[in-house]
Design a protein around this ligand. Structure first.
Ligand SMILES: *Cc1c(COP(=O)(O)O)cnc(C)c1O
Length: 376
């Protein structure tokens, strides 16, 4: 917890769970990316946390943005970003959305099939397209799987199709999976990207950019490699596969920019034993899967949870949310150690919750309001 968040929470009148995001941490993270990958532009993946204060600060720092919808495009423009600093990275768009984004000035779109190329050609004449190739997501705690990206062998045909329809084939993109623990995960994708650059060149199409995606981790319970190690491994892979003609590169960190900047303060609603001799307590919080902690699905993301009693004896618990839905359980397969002295009404702090929380919160399921967010 940062000193600024501690100070903020000291004076907050508790009114349900809340997320507090420290902008200073986001700024430090942005600077760290610029330092570790000096020749690579940062496109913040807006979906991680679209709070206007975050977008405004990043826009002022010179960040570019990866958007997935018209609403995100408008939010980024309202924050003071110019359309030339926007990449529309979602490969699944309605034609009407492409048209609106193009009217707003966006000229860079991602595709992963020919049908999407055709939509763009119809409503965004002369746009630049980047073809997304598939990555298997091994090593990632939140893999993006088969949903996105063509087989690398198919990318050249897709980009040639774009060229024939009057679009500008601009480059290749991929995402190695979110919360990626393996710093070498970029190597295989960059090998594929370099091969596509070569086959495109043989057909007279000269690509200029590689979008390295996101995947940079936040620090949860499990240890993660340092950002510097990612930078070094990516640069090594670029050199290995592109030799002396390294293309323009961009990264799209979401989690890596805002994850560790946020903290949720929640409260223990109930501690229950299912039988008198039950060792395993059920601890119910006033926040759960439906209030922003959706990434606990399959217990994928294991958030650090702190209490004021962490020096006391610990015992494993099942942690669950407050709603009447049985999927609203956070940690059960691997029970979570919490202090034996933990009591109803105690505060708990859920750390590293700046990314993929506020927007995952439901709109009033069981009457609970969406997660409150303060950006300080
Ligand atoms: C979600 C997403 C990102 C951000 O991923 P992180 O792992 O949070 O850094 C980047 N690019 C695209 C296209 C995405 O969909």
């Amino acid at each position: 917890m940062t000193a600024r968040i501690r100070e903020f929470l000291k004076y907050r009148i508790a009114d349900g769970p809340c997320l507090v995001v420290d902008l200073d941490v986001v700024r430090d993270n942005f600077v760290a990316f610029a330092k570790v990958l000096p020749d690579t532009k940062v496109y913040y993946a807006v979906k991680a946390n679209p709070a206007p204060e975050i977008l405004k600060m990043l826009a002022a720092l010179g960040s570019c943005f990866d958007v997935a919808s018209v609403t995100e495009t408008e939010a980024v423009l309202a924050a003071g970003c110019t359309p030339d600093r926007i990449s529309y990275g979602n490969t699944i768009k309605k034609e009407s959305e492409i048209a609106t984004a193009a009217k707003l000035g966006v000229t860079l779109f991602a595709v992963d099939c020919e049908a999407e190329v055709e939509k763009i050609a119809r409503v965004a004449h002369g746009a630049r397209v980047v073809c997304r190739i598939h990555c298997d997501g091994t090593g990632a705690e939140w893999p993006l799987s088969r949903k996105f990206g063509c087989e690398p062998d198919y990318a050249t045909d897709i980009l040639e199709h774009a060229h024939k329809l009057g679009l500008i084939p601009h480059g290749i993109s991929f995402h190695v999976g979110s919360q990626q623990h393996n710093v070498e995960a970029w190597d295989r994708a960059l090998a594929s990207a370099a091969a596509i650059f070569r086959t495109c060149a043989e057909r007279g199409i000269f690509l200029s950019m590689v979008n390295l995606g996101g995947g940079f981790p936040a620090k949860y319970v499990r240890k993660t490699p340092k950002l510097e190690s990612y930078g070094k491994a990516i640069f090594r892979a670029l050199r290995k596969h592109f030799g002396n003609s390294i293309p323009e590169t961009i990264v799209e960190p979401g989690r890596g920019l805002v994850g560790n900047a946020g903290l949720i303060e929640a409260e223990v609603v109930l501690i229950a034993k299912r039988s008198p001799e039950d060792e395993l307590r059920w601890v119910y919080l006033d926040i759960g899967k439906f209030h922003g902690l959706a990434e606990t699905i399959d217990e994928s993301i294991r958030y650090p949870i702190r209490t004021t009693k962490d020096r006391d004896e610990m015992a494993p618990c099942i942690i669950a949310g407050p709603t009447c839905d049985s999927v609203d359980v956070l940690y059960q397969k691997t029970p979570y150690p919490l202090p034996v002295s933990l009591a109803i009404g105690d505060k708990v702090l859920i750390e590293a919750t700046g990314a993929y929380t506020s927007t995952y919160s439901s709109v009033g399921f069981n009457g609970y309001p969406p997660l409150r967010q303060y950006v300080i």
